[in-house]
Design a protein around this ligand. Structure first.
Ligand SMILES: Cc1ncc(COP(=O)(O)O)c(C=O)c1O
Length: 387
């Protein structure tokens, strides 16, 4: 048999940065030599309670000793409670638990199709947004706009139309009786941290209602406390409520768990046997998620405060290379007038972990436990490397 190194046996889907993380504590990660780095990307928004959070560790250890996996053939004590908690958080009605953001989006798209089919509709147009990112599986990729992600895999799921974000007129003109869903991140993450305006969110709600379509709010990156609210759309109450919310990333504080949260009407499209998952919603992830949501509720005021402080500090960086600072709460994008990747490397050399999205946007997704000292430290490094 031909010998391979571990690295070469991996499909080369990622270019790894020169940091091998051995462990983490709070807002810090440590490499194998023991060097500490402030982590302001947190596994792309997943480790929202930081590293080795005592409650998360305790819940994992206790549940691992009891039962890790049951499959959905059997009940366990945490699934129903988690679903109820997500309904309480969102004001929606039914939950499907899966393993990732992409999978949560698949469930949303399937529900939109099934709902339209039940109504005897034969055409299924979906509106998505330029710069939108919803995942890499076949359905979620079809509503993701980036050509580099899409092109190699054509033909994708058909009948998706892309509109510019925040263009209310374009949205008004794009409706039609074949429209079954409008898919949008409340704050575009991967696309460069672009918040949707309250007017545009309102226009999504109106267009969806007018055409008997579903508003699918993808809050995989911006939801679950990240912006200082339970969900980012709730910061614009005048816009109304989505029909489906897609969420994942930090939900189980580092363990894989996705959730699709449905209104009664949207959820009614899926009945027994129509959709499923082997791993989704197991006892370990659900128990940790319940603990995570409790911790987030406690942290929301601090997230709001520290988010305002972070954005104020970023706006004061006063580096000519910085074109714009965007985002809300502990979700920030610094658009610079240069390719971002070299600055990600410089930040890493200086002890700060961030990443770059959209080519020239430095993305910060600090842990919810980050306070002013960590924000000051991170901003000092950013100021130094961006000068
Ligand atoms: C808004 C949004 N939706 C969906 C996804 C896909 O999530 P996952 O990578 O867990 O499949 C992501 C991932 O970055 C995301 O940011």
């Amino acid at each position: 048999m031909e010998g391979v190194t571990t690295q070469s046996a991996l499909l080369p889907t990622y270019g790894h940065r020169p940091l091998s993380i051995e462990r983490g504590q709070g807002c810090l990660v440590y490499d194998e030599s023991g060097r500490a780095y402030i982590d302001f990307i947190t596994g792309i928004g997943v480790n929202a309670l930081g590293y080795s959070h005592p409650r998360v560790v305790r819940e994992i250890q206790q549940q691992a000793a009891l039962c890790i996996h049951t499959s959905n053939l059997h009940l366990h004590p945490y699934q129903d409670s988690l679903a109820a908690k997500l309904c309480e958080w969102s004001g929606l009605n039914r939950v499907f638990l899966s393993n990732s953001g992409s999978e949560a989006m698949e469930a949303a798209l399937k529900a939109a199709r099934a709902r339209a089919n039940r109504a005897g509709r034969t055409r299924h147009r979906i509106i998505a947004l330029h710069n939108g990112f919803h995942g890499r599986t076949a359905g979620s990729l079809a509503v993701t706009s980036k050509p580099e992600y899409r092109e190699p895999f054509q033909p994708l799921v058909p009948d998706v139309v892309f509109l510019p974000a925040n263009d209310v007129d374009a949205l008004r003109n794009a409706g039609g009786e074949d429209l079954i869903a409008i898919v949008a991140e409340t704050i575009q993450g991967e696309g460069g941290i672009f918040p949707l305006t309250p007017d545009f969110l309102h226009a999504i709600r109106s267009a969806a209602t007018r055409h008997d379509a579903l508003w699918i709010a993808d809050e995989t990156q911006c939801g679950l406390g990240r912006t200082g609210a339970r969900f980012a759309w709730q910061q614009h109450p005048g816009a109304g409520r989505p029909d489906i919310i897609v969420t994942a990333k930090p939900l189980a504080a580092g363990l894989p768990l996705g959730a699709t949260i449905f209104s009664a009407d949207a959820g009614a499209a899926i009945s027994q046997g129509m959709h499923g998952t082997t791993f989704g919603g197991g006892p370990l992830t659900c128990r940790v998620a319940l603990a995570f949501l409790e911790e987030v509720d406690r942290l929301l005021p601090a997230i709001r405060d520290n988010g305002l402080y972070l954005h104020a500090q970023l706006r004061e960086l006063a580096c000519p290379i910085v074109k714009e600072v965007r985002g809300r709460g502990l979700m920030a994008g610094i658009e610079i007038d240069a390719p971002g990747e070299p600055y990600v490397r410089k930040a890493l050399d200086a002890g700060l972990v961030i990443n770059c999205t959209h080519g020239n946007v430095l993305r910060l997704l600090p842990p919810y436990i980050a306070g002013r000292p960590e924000i000051d430290q991170a901003c000092a490094i950013l100021r130094r490397i961006l000068r």
